[in-house]
Design a protein around this ligand. Structure first.
Ligand SMILES: [Zn+2]
Length: 427
């Protein structure tokens, strides 16, 4: 599974060969993909206009190569969600439904062979090299993410935990069947960290993997402290398995399975929106597909020597970019990472926070600090940091209201920095 490349150029040449071969095969099978080429040869695939979820969904029936209609796939996926069945399928094809607001949910199809490739590459990157014999893997999932399901393979046992279940139920089950590897969203790992510190949870997994949500430094610190180990990070979504942290703790893009082009969105060319081309996924081709994510590139090469792009952080969704009015009547985007760092830097006792932009000039801030701290003081310090940041960026000072509304682990994803207008902005 692991491939070696002499240098970055050799890796890119290999990727290019793979993607062209893939496109030659897929183009006659997917009429929508063929249309996107507008008569160009496959060698010019980088000239295709990137598509997003909306276009993918609008052209679902003609994009997929396995003859599944959107209507049928939705019926199957929604029924599975109602019954909390983790394995909705249409014949051999697995159907996945991405999280999102109703009306903005993505459907994903995965064929058995693609599932095998996916699980194989996931395990190769997630399993510590020390695990050669048997391992029990606990996976916390939202419904309809059964990509791992097929792998009750000999030495590996997978236990699936439904995120909708209450924490005490998770604790009892984990204690009864302690995992070697624990894979969960950070919001859930936070709950388990609290249970561990309280003495109710008694497990010591060999590896912790954070997945499905942005790993915030606040959460990372508290989870690592409770479990007494570093957290690994998987960048994995319905669109594919896109990245995994190495032994040094750096997140690397999985460039042996996908090509990720960078659409830079800042002047310093460090932050980008990934445009994914997956050269192994045939049932639902992902070709120049723009994700709704903001990634920050690492400035220095990783000591592990990997040729794969190093990522300093997954910042969050493009939708969560704050849009702040400036003094000269413009609107300036403010990156989630800037907001995050301003709040975290205001005091070292923060254990929980959430900043939400609710209107053009209106923010709410919810904050929790370590017991004993005077949260009013902490709150004002955080507000001051945020206002300093906005002033530095030339933005008008927004109203920052206090909120008690903090995220609870469960089915909704934790987003510590979020844009959620109560009423749509004018224009
Ligand atoms: Zn590395």
């Amino acid at each position: 599974m692991r491939r070696r490349f002499a240098n970055r150029a050799a890796l890119e040449a290999w990727q290019e060969r793979r993607v062209r071969r893939f496109l030659k095969r897929i183009r006659p099978l997917s009429s929508y993909t063929d249309e996107r080429f507008e008569g160009r040869s496959v060698d010019r695939w980088r000239e295709l206009e990137p598509i997003e979820k909306v276009a993918m969904m609008a052209n679902f029936d003609r994009l997929n190569t396995v003859g599944v209609t959107k209507q049928k796939a939705f019926e199957v996926a929604l029924e599975a969600e109602r019954s909390r069945d983790f394995s909705p399928s249409l014949g051999p094809i697995t159907v996945g439904l991405s999280s999102g607001t109703s009306g903005n949910r993505g459907l994903f199809l995965v064929a058995p062979r693609e599932q095998d490739i996916w699980v194989g590459s996931f395990l190769a990157k997630v399993l510590p090299r020390s695990i050669l014999s048997r391992a029990r893997i606990a996976l916390f999932l939202r419904a309809n993410s059964n990509l791992y399901e097929a792998t009750g393979r000999g030495r590996l046992t997978f236990d699936f935990y439904d995120l909708i279940s209450p924490i005490p139920a998770h604790v009892a089950r984990l204690n009864a069947a302690p995992p070697d590897i624990l894979i969960a969203p950070p919001s859930l790992l936070r709950c388990l960290a609290a249970e561990l510190s309280a003495g109710r949870l008694k497990i010591c997994p060999e590896r912790l993997v954070s997945a499905a949500e942005v790993l915030d430094p606040v959460d990372e610190g508290i989870i690592a402290e409770a479990f007494g180990q570093a957290i690994h990070q998987a960048y994995q979504c319905t669109e594919g398995f896109l990245g995994m942290s190495c032994a040094e703790g750096t997140l690397h893009l999985n460039e042996d399975g996908v090509i990720i082009e960078k659409e830079y969105i800042d002047e310093r060319r460090e932050k980008f929106v990934p445009i994914v081309t997956d050269f192994s996924r045939t049932s639902q081709p992902i070709i120049r597909y723009r994700l709704n994510d903001i990634l920050t590139e690492a400035k220095t090469p990783c000591p592990c020597g990997s040729l794969f792009t190093s990522i300093a952080s997954i910042e969050g969704r493009c939708d969560d970019l704050f849009e702040m009015p400036t003094y000269d009547g413009d609107v300036r985007p403010v990156f989630p990472d800037f907001i995050r760092r301003a709040v975290i830097a205001s005091t070292d006792t923060i254990t929980d926070y959430q900043v939400v932009q609710r209107g053009p000039s209106e923010l709410t801030l919810a904050l929790r600090c370590r017991p004993g701290a005077v949260t009013e003081v902490e709150f004002c310090a955080a507000v001051e940091r945020l206002q300093t940041l906005f002033a530095e960026l030339g933005c008008r000072a927004p109203t920052i209201r206090r909120s008690e509304d903090l995220h609870r682990a469960g089915l909704t994803k934790l987003r510590r920095v979020e844009r959620r207008f109560d009423t749509p902005p004018e224009g």
